[in-house]
Design a protein around this ligand. Sequence first.
Ligand code: NAD
Length: 435
Amino acid sequence: MRITMIGSGYVGLVSGACFSDFGHDVICVDKDESKIAALKAGRMPIYEPGLEALVEKNVAAGRLSVTTDLAASVAGVDAIFIAVGTPSRRGDGHADLSYVFAATEEIAAAVTGPTVVVTKSTVPVGTGDKVEAILREKRPDVDVQVVSNPEFLREGAAIGDFKRPDRIVIGTEDDGARKVMQGVYRPLYLNESPILFTGRRTSELIKYAANAFLATKITFINEIADLCEAVGANVQDVSRGIGLDNRIGKKFLHAGPGYGGSCFPKDTLALLKTAEDFETPVHIVEAVVKVNDSRKRAMGRKVLNALGGAEAARGKSVALLGLTFKPNTDDMRDAPSIAIAQALTDAGVTVRAFDPEGTEQAKRMMPDLTYCSDAYEAATGADAVVIVTEWDAFRALDLTRLKQTMAAPVLVDLRNIYRREEVEALGFGYTAVGR
Ligand code: NAD
């Protein structure tokens, strides 16, 4: 089949590369000329494990191409996916749909024959109706069906998630569009990946409900972690103790510095806005957003406390290990490290930072930090080392070597990856989360 992917970011490029790997002919479009130029030169504009080899293989096979020319890429294709960004709109938290509608207008101007337009971007309920209205108004002459197909891949594990999804959700009431989507996902259909066909509005809401539920699970265990600290219990054991219950499940029960990233913060806010617009409040999600926001600030205070309090911390130096919102990505959007670094610099602390892949993006957002080339360089002269993101490279640090370079041996483990006894036996002061 012939597929066009509009937007070649974390979702569009991975989806396009995977579709081409299934054997479809795919064109990935982006209006960001530097991204397309990088791709044409064989460089990935983002860091995602396995992506470079997948793109290279399918470009060489002639199944995958990239362009900035949207108009030329939509003529005569079976499906046009919209995978552009839907960030939070400044001021009210609603999803900013301007990129989605701009892409729709461009599609309307260029579309030639019967086709299916698929919103893969995360969009609020009713967006598909608006996309359809634009297409009907601008191009009453062309048979275009609008389908919702939200994406559930996780950055850092995106290719595996795309090729072996827990489920595929397709929102359409149209039989022809359904057949096209079955063709698009046929390779996964044969793998027995469950495909759930729903109404378009239901499909749009499934994505927000899934992300709000996961954000709730994380926030729940984070509050339980605070309670563990207060009562002298261990949150890791509590997680295990409840997660082994099949009704609860083990995943997303790791206490930490609060959720961040390109999806949960903006999608929970957008869900609240939808709930407000339809006068049907979702109080649980309201609480989750509030608790998570205050948690990020609380993590800054936790680090200051490990330094002996805000007064004592002034003039000291802290090494932050891991800046991206999770390991195996370079994505810095809404990462907890941003709030922590801000709290520390506000308190007069010098921040030295290291991240295996996120430094370039981090430098653009936090130009005033001192960036280092590995964990040991970051720890040099530091009064505390803080593990913010659990990259594998931080799981087996040589603590003796680390201690030798530090001004004072203090480890703040916001991801609970070390054992207290081992760290303390080496003479470190150790602060964890909920233990
Ligand atoms: P991104 O910012 O990485 O990529 C979006 C790309 O779209 C950018 O490269 C931008 O230049 C391009 N673009 C915008 N308007 C365009 C236009 N008119 N024509 C061509 N290109 C255009 O965003 P992302 O992280 O890939 O997210 C895309 C969507 O997928 C969002 O709605 C997001 O919520 C959703 N989503 C993201 C993830 C994730 O892990 N990142 C997971 C699931 C769903």
